[in-house]
Design a protein around this ligand. Structure first.
Ligand code: TXA
Ligand code: MG
Length: 324
């Protein structure tokens, strides 16, 4: 069903949403906006559709995908939610939180989307376009970020088009996403609550709701959270972290105006006011723009580690990791 070479761009109005649901219905792929980043959606029940997602992304097929549903009730039908998972779902859904829980006997998310694991990753997005599409489709939608594997996550429809034109059926354009970081992933398994991937909801906020610290993660490792592959968000340019100064042949990803006015190829500030929410929303877009200058390297100003800073720093470290 993948249209050879043809990727239709649609505005995310009612007709566009209906057209995207029709693409999903016939086993095709539609990229759509969520509050975090754009997702590359396919019918999570269909092994064939999920295989197309891996193919379009060029992603190793052992990576399990997040299943997106319209309501918490739909999520509860897919997985087994114990007390802590319920508490988090109630506090943060709809929103940028993904919960990994044991798959329920009634789970319809196919084996391939779960990479054969006995668990399932579920998310109820809050973005109105994502919600409308999921409601209309009425079944779980597997959706990794809508970029080629190992590239920067897309926060605009243009980013998606640059990476995936000719490889997917449709791109639903709902404007820029506002969180700008992927969802926080928490595993609620065997009485433990572990942070698998920092993201749009800071650790401190999760711990505030749980009333206790998250458990130390024992699950980090390629088979459990393969999205945590080291060089997962790589721009073409080299990335130099914690820059204390910048060179004239570098592009600069600044924070808090530290390198304002420095001689360099291009200068973009994640947040001149040092607002981490603004920084998160700007992160991938700024990386895309600086990378597009063709600079040899991107020098990155230090970003604080508190709150959303943990996830921002995590993504920056991956962008800087040695490439294979
Ligand atoms: O914000 C987001 O989460 C975006 C938007 C589109 O919703 N999606 C996203 O999906 O970032 P993706 O596929 O790029 O990342 C999914 C992550 C991967 O790190 C994967 O390994 C992990 O979720 N994951 C999925 N199922 C899992 C499972 N059963 N156990 C452990 N990790 C799982
Ligand atoms: Mg991704």
């Amino acid at each position: 069903m993948k249209a050879e070479g043809a990727t239709e761009g649609r505005k995310a109005g009612p007709e566009g949403i209906q057209a995207a649901a029709a693409v999903l219905d016939r086993g095709g792929l539609a990229a759509f906006p969520t509050e975090t980043v754009y997702g590359l959606g396919g019918d999570a029940r269909s092994g064939a559709a999920v295989a197309r997602i891996y193919e379009a992304k060029g992603r190793p097929s052992f990576n399990p995908l997040i299943a997106h549903v319209a309501t918490p009730a739909q999520a509860f039908a897919q997985g087994r939610f114990e007390a802590a998972a319920l508490q988090l779902a109630e506090a943060f859904w709809p929103g940028p939180l993904t919960l990994v829980v044991p798959a329920a006997p009634s789970c319809t998310v196919c084996d391939l989307a779960r990479a054969g694991l006995p668990t399932v990753a579920l998310r109820v997005p809050s973005h109105p376009v994502a919600k409308a599409l999921l409601q209309r489709f009425g079944a779980p939608v597997a959706a990794p970020s809508a970029n080629r594997s190992g590239r920067i996550s897309p926060t605009t429809a243009d980013h998606v088009a640059a990476d995936l034109t000719g490889r997917i059926d449709m791109i639903l354009n709902g404007g820029p996403t506002h969180v700008g970081l992927e969802s926080t992933i928490v595993a609620c398994l065997d009485d433990s609550v572990e942070l698998l991937r920092p993201g749009g909801i800071p650790r401190e906020v999760l711990e505030g709701v749980l009333g206790r610290p998250l458990d130390a993660s024992r699950r980090i490792g390629p088979m459990i959270a393969p999205g945590l592959l080291a060089s997962h968000y790589a721009p073409h340019a080299a990335v130099r972290l914690d820059a204390g100064s910048v060179r004239p042949d570098e592009a600069v990803l600044d924070f808090g105006g530290r390198f304002e006015g420095a001689a360099c190829i291009a200068h973009l500030d994640l947040s001149p006011e040092r607002d981490l929410r603004e920084a998160a929303a700007n992160l991938f877009g700024h990386l895309h723009r600086l990378d597009a200058t063709g600079a040899r390297a991107i020098a990155v100003a230090p970003v604080p580690l508190a709150g959303l800073g943990e996830a921002i720093t995590d993504r920056l470290r991956r962008a800087a990791a040695p490439r294979d």
